[in-house]
Write a new protein. Sequence first.
Length: 478
Amino acid sequence: MRIFKFVWNWFDDITGVSSWLVPLAKHPVPHARKSAWFYVLGSATLFVFIVQIITGIALSSAYVPSAGQAYHTLAFIDSTRFGHIVRGIHDFGASAMVILIGVHAIRVYLFGAYKYPRQMGWLTGVALLFLVLGMAFTGQLLRWDQTGFWTVVIAAEQAGRTPFLGNWLGHFILAGDTAGGATLSRFFALHVFFIPAFIFFFVGFHLYLVIRNGISEPPKAGRQVEPKTYRKWYAELLHRDGVPFWPDAAWRDGIFALLVVATIVVLAIVVGPAALGKPPDPSIIEASPRPDWYFLWYYAVLTLIPRWSESYVIILGPLALIIVLVLLPLVSYKGERSPFKRPWAFGIVVFIVFMIAYFGRIGHVAPWSPRMDAPPLPASVVGVTSGPVADGAAVFHEKGCEFCHMISGYGGVRGPDLTYAGDRMTPEQMETRIYSGAPNMPSYNGNITHQQLSDLLSFLSSRRRLPAGSAPASSAAR
């Protein structure tokens, strides 16, 4: 310990760092008591951001941001035990940042901590929220697999609908007329240099505002914010009931941050990062890309709304959200802070969380999209390993029927469940449907041989709950 003390004293003597670090650590904060643990979310988000920087540097030391090598270098990183864990930490760290900053924003909103004199703290927090989402989006493309490739193409197409600036925005996102190596290089620069630089700036400014204006005191019903007298009242509160940030409040921040980081590391080891998809191939247009979980709700909304309204939602939706978040502290800057005196605040938060969860679930299932990665039906479902039924099961997968139709829990959900197809349709009805097609189902006339059709009918006819020989209860094809 003597050597560390000697080094510290020497360093402090030539830098004077303790002259500002100690007062900063000892600055008084309100005694939160029962609500103290609600104030740990911001520090935890900062800790996770530091973890993201460290793991991002480690990954970038082996990652090659070129169209021909990006996918293979990431696959190589994933093939090593250490690289697999580091990529897992980076992957789960991204999710943790989105969750923490989202919950932190909810806490600030419910506690009314965006009111005077902390309006600018809220605005810098909003900027950090969008920057974190930008980091998450650009990181998905850097995987440079089929999903990442088509996701950025779709994003460019959406940006292209912006009036006046559409062509320029689409060209800027793609770094050219089409997605390719220049697109990857641009997103790598955004993800590794530009967006982190802005995050560092806004984090520094945000922390400065927290120190200058103080951490908001726990709200109390009936105690309103009056700009003319608030600063004097707050100074008296700190003098009367304040506690030093270190160690009275900082220990909770440290414990919670360590728990979050430990959880991320455990998930990275046990679960691992998101699996890489197939290498990008622009010629395969049957891909069904979907964003990472934090954008699934938006993906579902855009898919479910009428086509005529897409452009309005794509442009006006984010714009309206930004306007509301910016105007909130400027319009509602005084008055009641307690959430119990603002019950509508609870209602708004519950509604937003429910809608994100609901549409996120729909986006995860994606009933409108074929499951192009559906594996062949196992023998336990087919029931036999040879003969027409087994051959028909193979045709069911080879012709893509399984991508849209589910059988015994395997396959897609876009089309009707065919687990008991033999109970609902006769072979003749099945043949008519296969040849003629249906809404969202192509015709296989000329795309299936007579033997394949016979085997497929044998397989589908064997999918029944009723005893063999019983007539279908309904002739309805669907």
